[in-house]
Design a protein around this ligand. Structure first.
Ligand code: ATP
Ligand code: MG
Length: 269
């Protein structure tokens, strides 16, 4: 669906931020991208949506190259992005305006616009906040409004760039549930996060380090084999617990399936 081939990017010549990045995101995949501060995650997100263009290599969405100006609008519509700061997302005055804004740009007919508005408000649980203004919303509600605005464009893929990182646990949990539900409905999800427990929801995880992909595989194997501290990251609590128990000796009780166990801990919160 989205293919990056030998991508190199820099802001200042000679200071490469990403180098030799190659991977493909499959349709309907739930991919997490992790990496320490400044490892290039946001830069990668912008390259994926065509907001930045590679200096070398290519980024193709369904074989459409992001460097071709005539396909840029199509790619923008098909790949939605939600950023980190809830207060930077709002550009209009109410939740409804925010959702309608993008659809007006796409010249969606009125009836269709109305139908989509109701659908997406429901999808993110903001039916009762349709006329609310930004100052009346919590951070989590603002982020959900941002997702709704993206969903109204009926994208194939949504990239969430640390979209949960400024939220309280309840706001994060709601965002995760929405991501999972959208994924179930067939939307491709790319979730950039530094909360390693959130990675357990993904089918696959990419670890970025110094502009390269240091790991590409399942979350289970990442936690099992990679020393996350070397990359400025912390393993989820359940994984650290399991590791310290197994260090305590063979008689220590082992959690039979820690991945399942972590999942159950998370959903209980
Ligand atoms: N607009 C810019 N101009 C110049 N350098 C930039 C710009 N944006 C990012 N950088 C630099 O590029 C590198 C990668 O930044 P990027 O924001 O992509 O990383 P990140 O992994 O998203 O970081 P964070 O965890 O802080 O969100 C950093 O060294 C950063 O300072
Ligand atoms: Mg970032």
């Amino acid at each position: 669906m989205l293919t990056l081939n030998q991508v190199q990017f820099y802001y200042r010549k000679g200071q490469s931020v990403l180098d030799e990045i190659s991977f493909a995101v499959k349709k309907r995949e739930f991919l997490a991208i992790v990496g320490g501060n400044g490892s290039g995650k946001s830069t990668l997100a912008k390259l994926m949506k065509g907001l930045l263009l590679p200096k070398k290599g290519s980024v193709q969405f369904n074989k459409l190259d992001t460097t071709e100006p005539e396909v840029a609008a199509d790619i923008h519509r098909r790949i939605g992005i939600v950023f980190q700061n809830p207060d930077d997302q709002f550009i209009t005055t109410t939740v409804t305006d925010e959702i309608v804004f993008g659809m007006e740009n796409l010249r969606i007919p009125r009836d269709e616009m109305h139908a989509r508005l109701n659908l997406v408000l429901k999808a993110v649980g903001l039916e009762n906040e349709a006329e609310a203004m930004p100052h009346q919303l919590s951070g989590g509600q603002k982020q959900r409004a941002a997702i709704a605005a993206v969903l109204a464009m009926q994208p194939d893929m949504i990239i969430l760039d640390e979209a949960t990182s400024m939220l309280d646990p309840e706001g994060r949990q709601q965002m995760l549930l929405i991501m999972q539900e959208l994924h179930r409905q067939g939307v491709t999800i790319v979730h950039i996060t530094h909360h390693m427990d959130e990675v357990l929801h993904a089918e696959r995880v990419l670890l970025l380090h110094e502009g390269h992909i240091a790991y590409d595989g399942t979350p289970a194997v990442l936690f099992e084999l990679v020393a996350l501290a070397d990359y400025g990251l912390h393993a989820p609590f359940a994984v650290r617990l399991r590791q310290s128990l197994s260090k305590a000796g063979p008689t220590a009780p082992l959690i039979p399936d820690w991945k399942e166990w972590t999942r159950s801990q998370w959903s209980m919160r």
